[in-house]
Write a protein that binds this ligand. Structure first.
Ligand code: M6R
Length: 614
């Protein structure tokens, strides 16, 4: 989604900002822009373009942009199409003020009417442009232009969410940034300050950061930084050192980041469990949860809230926790949870699952849970993200940056850590030590099981090539494998643009079966567990209607190949962990279908890596 990068220092700002924008590309966007202030010449340059950052780069003559202070943005369209006019930075009527914005200004229409009445000239369809004119309006009334004060007044008029950065031609070397509901992190370097909506934008320059909280502002120039609240009262803030891997813009020989991340998964699981298991006691040790262990022991209810792939990890957790703990377990899409009258109290633990830690719906649901007194936990990948900061306690994935928009390794990491959490809670309640040990022993073997599936990559590509002409797919799974069917369908549709539906297999005969014919293939997760016989019945029902079936089956299950059309075999593990192995061939299948169709696998159309609007 939209991305912000700012620089105030002694070096030329443009190359640093461009590099920052490139590091934000993975988030998904449709246009980009940059504004550079040359304080010596008292000139400002604003350049924008539709499409990739490379297009913007072509338009920039870096030698003609000598300023050491600037702001840059990638836009993911919400209000108005992806055009140059709608791209950020937006300027005021004079062109002297330049502003970039992430989030949504909800009352922009009434503010726009008011500003038009006062004679302001609007050039875009965006909600953001009102902010530029509003700041201009407040600057107009000042004897001495005071940018922070004008920004303060303007923000006092808006409702909605914002992460903003503002520059003014007549106010040299000063960038004002502010946030509410949209992340902003300040990077502190040697004689330079950076600000960005995502730490990846500047982590190569510095790992010394200041996290801005909601309703805070920062005023940056090359010499110093001042942090204030939105009333300009100064705030003291500690400098933090972040332990976050610099992601290389390299795919290490892989054609796409998604494929690289799929192949990283054995290591992802190792990183997720490293130092977190006590095998002899059949229990996990999750340091991040130590401060809340007593509350966890006395829990009655767990609720998992998340979106997209992270929601399917939550759905897996629901089945898992029901098996391994004696709690009431619920899962909900964060966007739905927020408006429901669920019973949430101090005996409830709400777990927010999020790769980015910034998903607006998940954050809003989390805040609602806190309001109702729940214990809140986060399972988050991005260190220092808003969700990780707003929960009572939490666990990091330690999976490194995930660049492909389609989540793969983080899903596997989430499921692994949720299994560790279920063990921790289960063993503090009623789960036996033997059962705990059995699960841990198998958990340690999961990286090898994944490697075994990855060896079939070429065969899965060959199989995928036979499915390119189908327009619809059904994915079926039962119980613990139902979330995996949903995730398999999501992977396929989001990167290949082919319609795919995930269903609990038992539901098929209550409707979707009418879709089945020789043009509508089914991917059936049919590994051997207690629901295997029922799954075979479903498969027979599909075959009886000429439906083509690709099955995910347990290695050694030779009988299935006589019923279905195609099979991918996976190693067998304990039932509660089998889904973590079963999802791997579905990721590879989706990847190869999309790649063979020539799709932009890492940056599928319309999607963003981090969804920071509700
Ligand atoms: O950062 P989050 O895990 O909170 O993101 C949630 C979803 O937006 C994300 O999983 C999305 O569905 C991906 N495109 C899935 O591949």
């Amino acid at each position: 989604m939209c991305g912000i990068v700012c620089y105030a220092g002694r070096q030329n700002a443009a190359p640093i900002l461009l590099e920052g924008l490139k590091r934000l590309e993975y988030r998904g966007y449709d246009s980009a822009g940059i504004a550079i202030l040359d304080s010596d010449q008292k000139t400002a340059h604003v350049v924008k373009s539709v499409g990739k950052v490379a297009e913007l780069e072509k338009k920039l003559n870096l030698r003609e942009l000598p300023g050491t202070c600037g702001i840059a943005h990638t836009r993911w369209a919400t209000h108005g199409k992806p055009t140059e006019e709608n791209a950020h930075p937006h300027t005021d009527c004079t062109g002297d003020l330049m502003l970039i914005h992430n989030g949504i200004i909800e009352n922009f229409a009434e503010l726009k009417d008011e500003l038009i009445e006062k004679g302001h000239n609007f050039r875009s369809e965006t909600d953001t442009e009102v902010l530029a004119h509003l700041v201009e309006e407040y600057l107009k009334g000042m004897d001495e232009p005071d940018l922070p004060e004008a920004v303060r007044k303007a923000l006092g008029r808006v409702s909605g969410t914002f992460g903003i950065a503002v520059l003014h031609r007549n106010i040299p070397n000063k960038i004002v940034v502010a946030r509410r509901g949209s992340p902003l992190i300040i990077g502190v370097g040697q004689d330079e300050f950076l600000a960005a909506s995502d730490i990846n934008a500047f982590i190569r320059h510095t790992n010394k950061v200041i996290y801005l909280n909601d309703d805070e502002m920062a005023i940056l120039n090359s010499n110093n930084i001042t942090i204030t609240d939105l009333n300009l009262n100064k705030i003291d803030r500690e400098l933090e050192t972040v332990d976050w891997e610099v992601f290389e813009n390299e795919k290490k020989g892989y054609k796409h980041f998604m494929l690289k991340e799929i192949f990283e998964q054995p290591e992802t699981v190792e990183n997720a469990i490293r130092g977190r298991i006590i095998e002899s006691e059949g229990i996990s040790k999750l340091g991040g949860l130590d401060p809340v262990l007593n509350r966890l022991k006395n829990l009655q209810r767990m609720v998992f809230i998340s979106c997209g792939t992270s929601y399917y990890a939550g759905l897996y957790a629901k089945y898992l926790f029901e098996i391994l703990t004696d709690l009431d377990v619920n899962v909900d899409f964060a966007s739905e949870f927020r408006y429901r009258n669920l019973r949430i109290d101090e005996n409830t633990c709400v777990v927010a699952i999020s790769q980015s830690g910034e998903t607006a719906d998940t954050l809003a649901a989390l805040r609602e849970s806190r309001r109702k007194g729940a214990l809140t936990l986060g399972l988050v990948n991005v260190v220092g993200s808003t969700i990780s900061k707003e929960t009572d306690a939490g666990i990091y994935n330690h999976a490194g940056p995930e660049i492909g928009v389609a989540s793969t390794k983080i899903f596997v990491s989430q499921c692994t850590i949720l299994a560790l959490m279920a063990l921790l809670v289960g063993r503090s309640h009623h789960l036996s030590i033997n059962e705990g040990i059995r699960i841990i022993q198998e958990l340690k073997k999961i990286p090898d099981y994944i490697k075994e599936v990855l060896k079939q990559n070429e065969a899965i590509r060959e199989l995928a090539s036979q499915f390119l002409n189908y327009h619809d797919f059904l994915f079926l799974g039962r119980n613990l494998n139902y979330p995996i069917a949903m995730e398999g369908a999501l992977k396929l549709k989001e990167i290949s643009y082919v319609h795919a539906e995930g269903y609990p297999a038992g539901e098929m005969k209550h409707g979707p079966i009418s879709l089945i014919d020789s043009h509508f293939p089914t991917v059936a997760i049919a590994t051997q567990d207690y629901s295997y016989e029922k799954m075979i019945n479903n498969i027979q029902e599909i075959k009886a209607r000429s439906g083509r079936i690709l099955a995910i089956a347990t290695k050694g299950d030779n009988s299935l190949s006589t019923i279905v059309d195609d099979v991918i075999y996976v190693p067998r593990t304990v039932e509660v962990l089998q889904p973590i192995v079963n999802v791997i061939p579905l990721q590879l299948f989706a990847y190869h279908v999309a790649d063979l169709k020539g799709r932009d696998v890492d940056k599928p159309r319309n999607l963003a890596k981090s969804v920071t609007v509700e």
